[in-house]
Design a protein around this ligand. Structure first.
Ligand code: SAM
Length: 216
């Protein structure tokens, strides 16, 4: 799914504004030399991190338009490439930090987590901002009030898919969509199954924040 370049420009403004309710950024490990943002859009989170030039940063997104727009404005140590979280175009143990801001909800999460675990170095960190169930409940309420039957049907698919992921570790893809919402406990179970040790983390406004460390 392509969120649109205007969306990414707006998110860049939020990423640069620490007081905005949607602002959320991963913390850089002290000794990080190489980092990866999955579902990077036009690289807005990487730009907002104001990386020092010693860090090589990579961003992956399937939206060609966003990648092309981002390449016009990112610094020379930020490399934006076309790709998906389920098939990361990088060798094993490449990164000290892998993160994904509100993009995992659009991926096949068990497959993407296996890829993240593969490309992280031992003891490397993972950070993600996710969609909690409350977000879906709010959207369903709004759909009811506005009589938006089509979106309501899609929300029902997302709810069923999320339940299937939580109970059976499997999600379904219909017409290219495999969207889910996540609970902390459910996501931590998936992290553990992928060789990632969950770490304590909080919530940020309407986002569920999770952190983990690759096992040695
Ligand atoms: C809501 S936007 C978030 C963009 C950016 N991370 C941010 O925080 O502003 C979701 C992004 O996930 C990307 N995306 C969708 N499916 C993906 C997949 N399978 N693998 C990687 N990225 C994906 C979309 O193209 C989009 O750029």
């Amino acid at each position: 799914m392509g969120a649109g370049v205007e969306y990414h420009r707006r998110e860049l403004a939020f990423a640069l504004d620490a007081t905005h309710p949607s602002h959320s950024l991963p913390q850089l490990p002290r000794a990080a030399k190489s980092i990866l943002d999955i579902g990077c859009g036009m690289g807005q989170t990487l730009m907002a991190l104001r990386l020092n030039p010693g860090i090589e940063a990579w961003g992956v997104d399937p939206d060609m338009e966003a990648i092309m727009a981002g390449r016009e404005i990112v610094g020379s140590n930020i490399h934006l490439v076309l790709g998906a979280g389920e098939h990361l175009p990088f060798p094993d143990a490449s990164f000290d930090l892998v993160f994904s801001r509100v993009a995992m909800p659009y991926m096949d999460i068990p497959i993407a987590l296996a890829e993240i675990s593969r490309v992280l170095r031992p003891s490397g960190k993972f950070w993600a901002a996710l969609h909690p169930p409350g977000m879906l409940a709010k959207r369903i309420g709004e759909d009811f009030l506005r009589g938006q039957a089509r979106d309501l049907a899609f929300c029902c698919f997302v709810a069923l898919n999320s339940g299937s992921l939580r109970l059976f570790g499997r999600q379904f893809r219909i017409r290219g969509h495999c969207e889910t919402v996540q609970t902390r406990a459910g996501f931590q179970k998936l992290l553990s199954a992928s060789g990632l040790e969950p770490l304590p983390a909080g919530t940020r406004s309407n986002q569920l924040i999770v952190e983990a460390q690759k096992r040695q």
